[in-house]
Each structure stands twice: as C-alpha cells, then as structure tokens.
Design a binder for this molecule. Structure first.
Ligand SMILES: [Fe+2]
Length: 184
C-alpha cells in the first residue's frame, strides 16, 4: 500500500492509508448507488410510477452528497480519491443492477436488496474505522442514518400489515423482484 506524503494530525501515514482504502470502496459503492437510483427513476413503469419516480430523486441528491463527503475525506487524509466509472467497475465486488423497464413493486423489491448490500458494507466500514479514525467513523455513521431511513422507505412498500417483508429470504435482486411482484 502506497503511503500518503501527509495525513490528518495524530494519525500515522499507515493508518491514514488504511482508512482511505476503506473509504475508497465506500466511494465506489455510493457512486454506483446514485447511478442505480437514477436508472430506477427512469425505468419504473405502472400504476405506482409517480410515487417511486419522485421518491428517488431526494435519495439521489443525498447519496451524491455522501459520495462527495467521502471523496473529500479521502483527499483530506492525503490520498487521491478515484471517481471514474472504469475504476469503479474494475474494483467493485458486486454485479450491475439487473432490472431494466419494470414495475414499481419489482424495482422496489430489487432496491431492497441493493440497500441491504450497501448498508451492510457501510456498517462494516464504520466498525472497521471505529478505532482507527473517529472522524471517518462519525462520517459513515451519519450516512447510515439516512441510508437506513431510505431503506425503510423502500421496505414500507413491501411490508404487509402484519409487518412481514415480501422480499424476506430473497438472495438476489431478481428473486426479490419476483417475490415482491407475487405478494402484491
Ligand atoms: Fe428526473
């Protein structure tokens, strides 16, 4: 791992590099998420079009601000953030979003899976930076407040009056989309 020439006061350069590496993966994840949310905004069809179409834009705006804050934290740590799409695709450990034109409920089922993945990784990054850098930890925890709220907005559409999720147990976006469609 290449060391930065400087990092924030009281962190070693090694720890600065370690934190920046964790944040770089979060930057890719948030950039991927903001594009995926727009893709859904453009491709949702059916009777619930306008509700989902309009619900997503504030999420896009919030996630873009999160990506900006993460990139600037990486730069603050003395490391160059990477925000290009080719680097994102080469580095990511997850697949591209699977649905094209589809109904609101199918996209919401798939988006439940997307948020599940992003939040699980964000929580792990927060835990991994807790000892290393409290400021980065605080940044990630702040994002989780909103990401988990957005996840609930999605899940509320998939929830029965008994509180069960239509997508429970689904392992993939397509499976989740199918389950959500069946339960509708
Ligand atoms: Fe739009």
């Amino acid at each position: 791992m290449a060391l930065p020439r400087y990092t924030v006061p009281s962190l070693t350069k090694e720890n600065g590099a370690k934190v920046a590496k964790i944040l770089q993966e979060r930057l890719h994840s948030l950039n991927d998420l903001q594009l995926t949310l727009k893709h859904i905004h453009w491709n949702v069809v059916g009777p619930h079009f306008i509700a989902v179409h309009e619900m997503l834009d504030p999420q896009v705006d919030a996630v873009r601000l999160m990506a900006d804050a993460v990139a600037e934290r990486i730069a603050t740590l003395g490391v160059a953030p990477v925000g290009t799409p080719g680097a994102l695709v080469a580095a990511r450990s997850w697949d591209d979003y699977h649905l094209g034109r589809a109904t609101a409920i199918e996209h919401l089922g798939a988006l439940d899976e997307v948020y599940e993945g992003v939040i699980t990784s964000h929580r792990k990054a927060a835990a991994d930076t807790e000892e290393l850098d409290a400021v980065t930890n605080d940044l990630l925890i702040g994002h989780l407040h909103d990401l988990e709220l957005f996840h609930w907005f999605v899940r509320a559409h998939l929830e029965s009056t008994g509180g069960a999720l239509a997508t429970e147990g689904a392992k993939t976006e397509l499976e989740a989309a199918r389950e959500a469609h069946k339960a509708k």
